[in-house]
Ligand binder design. Structure first.
Ligand code: ADP
Ligand code: G6P
Length: 483
């Protein structure tokens, strides 16, 4: 029976070793959390990196890692420290990630990084080919593996290959600055179907293909000498039922079941019943606009002192890619900003920002989503932003206000949120005031529409649409051959 082979750099499970023992936790990030539901329900295997440095895995534990992965229908592909430096921290996160998010000043062009990127992409392609059987569908994910589709195509010309990019695709004027732009485009074009979160990313990609490689592009189809490649947008959804159910369970749980975090949140609510809590959750990444957000919050408190002691920003940042200098710098900047603003505004009974720098279990995420009155998400650039969707899905009584950056892919589908430009502090500050004063009926009205849409375009529907479209490319290919 044919299966789907999913490939992404990061597996949905993150393995670490403590005291010669394995610790398995869920991976953070939209790709892993979103795709996990599709993988769980279907007949698929998932190839990826479990997050370990190969040389640091004791030999007696290597099989154990593979066993843990297998329990979740995953295959662990190990990376050694040179590959992690050159491929992961190097080309993926010092070249492609900043460039595709329009941070050109952070983008490095290094031949060694490129060499490792090719080498590790080939390693992934070879691993796929070990598992591939005729009739299988191969689904490659994200910017770390842009060369994999063509590497697989070279060895398995008839394979059905899909590629989905979870981050933005930048405009041609930005993409063209990449020294290896031709090779990268040719790599992706090994796929039969290429998917993006939004129509804008799709348009940018098509424009680069037509201007750089000079292929014929008609509407959303690219004609290669031997095949047609289809490009389309598929905005990724969330496992809506999972978040809704988790919120319902949360409200039904007794106080004995409550987490320490929830107790602290409740304590704050009891002490200041007319105060509001603003939530932000992200990986600590410069694309997420975390420093902008804190500065905009300071601007808001400066301009509106009547909100002092009436508001609290609960900010959860998950450690991410801390070997890359910009991430370390951002960590220092955020620490300083939080310290400065808490120092500037705190009173004996109140601190304006609660800052958590760590990953949290799912239950705590639900505590935060369900307790906070406002979600303030201000990315400077973001492929999608699933946190925005998760927040709305957990608001089972339909109250709550989402303030969302127009630079997030999710903003295209979430018009009923308060949409802001994260660089405009005045606008963010005004949105916070509007959120504070928004009548419950209006909140419910807005969230009703958002929930209806999110429920319909869930992650299951996203995967189903992509797969349906991918399978149909096979028929197109057969008819192309017969012309
Ligand atoms: P990105 O993919 O860039 O990290 P998204 O907002 O699309 O951004 O996805 C982030 C995902 O990671 C969400 O599904 C969210 O629930 C999850 N997540 C974020 N912070 C945490 C955390 N502290 N602990 C666990 N999961 C988290
Ligand atoms: C984003 C990317 C994913 C990545 C995730 C976490 O969601 O699109 O590909 O896995 O961030 O980043 P990390 O570098 O920890 O895998």
């Amino acid at each position: 029976m044919s299966k789907t082979i999913i490939i992404s750099n990061r597996l949905p499970l993150q393995v670490s070793i403590e005291n010669n023992d394995l610790d398995v936790t869920p991976s953070v990030g939209g790709l892993a959390t979103g795709l996990k539901s599709f993988h769980k329900d279907g007949d698929s295997i998932w190839i990826g990196w479990p997050g370990l440095v190969e040389e640091e895995i004791p030999s007696n534990l290597k099989d154990e890692v593979q066993k843990k992965a297998k329990e979740e229908n995953c295959v662990a592909l190990h990376l050694n420290s040179a590959e992690i430096d050159g491929f992961y921290y190097g080309f993926s996160n010092r070249t492609i990630w900043p460039l595709f998010h329009y941070f050109m000043e952070y983008t490095e062009s290094d031949d060694d990084y490129w060499r490792y990127y090719k080498q590790v992409n080939q390693k992934y392609a070879d691993e796929i080919l070990k598992h591939y059987e005729k009739g299988d569908v191969i689904w490659v994910h994200d910017y770390q593996l842009l060369l994999v589709p063509n590497m697989v195509r070279e060895k398995a010309p008839d394979a059905i290959i899909g590629f989905f990019n979870h981050i933005p695709f930048p405009s041609y004027e930005v993409f063209r600055t990449l020294p290896w732009r031709d090779e990268v485009l040719k790599g992706v074009l090994g796929a039969d179907l290429i998917g993006f979160h939004t129509y804008d990313y799709e348009r940018h990609f098509l424009s680069s293909v037509s201007r750089i490689l000079r292929h014929q592009v008609d509407f959303n189809e690219i004609t290669l000498p031997d095949r047609i490649v289809k490009v389309d947008s598929f905005p990724m959804g969330i496992d809506y039922k999972k978040f809704e159910q988790a919120a319902l369970d949360h409200f039904e749980s007794t106080s004995a079941d409550q987490s320490e975090l929830q107790k602290r949140l409740d304590h704050h609510l009891e002490a200041t019943p007319d105060a509001k809590m603003i939530l932000s959750i992200d990986r600590l990444d410069y694309t997420k606009g975390i420093a902008h957000r804190i500065r905009a919050y300071e601007y808001f408190l400066d301009k509106n002192p009547e909100y002092i002691e009436k508001v609290r920003l609960v900010m959860l940042a998950v450690p991410s890619r801390s070997n890359v200098p910009q991430y370390r710098r951002l960590k220092r900047e955020v620490d300083e900003l939080v310290g400065r603003i808490n120092g500037k505004f705190s009173t004996v009974s109140w601190t304006p920002i609660w800052y958590f720098y760590r990953s949290m279990p799912f239950e705590n995420l639900i505590d935060l989503y369900t307790t906070c009155d406002i979600a303030l998400l201000t990315p400077i650039r973001d492929g999608m932003n699933l946190v925005a969707k998760e927040y709305i899905a957990t608001r089972t009584d339909k109250t709550g206000v989402l303030i969302l950056s127009e630079m997030a892919g999710a903003a295209h589908e979430m018009n009923e949120a308060l949409i802001i430009n994260p660089n405009n502090f005045e606008q963010v500050s005004e949105a916070l005031k509007t959120a504070f004063e928004m009548p419950k009926e209006e909140q419910i009205e807005r969230n009703k529409m958002l929930q209806k849409r999110l429920r319909r375009y869930s992650v299951e529907k996203w995967a189903e649409d992509f797969m349906k479209s991918l399978r149909s490319t096979k028929e197109n290919r057969d008819s192309f051959k017969s012309i």
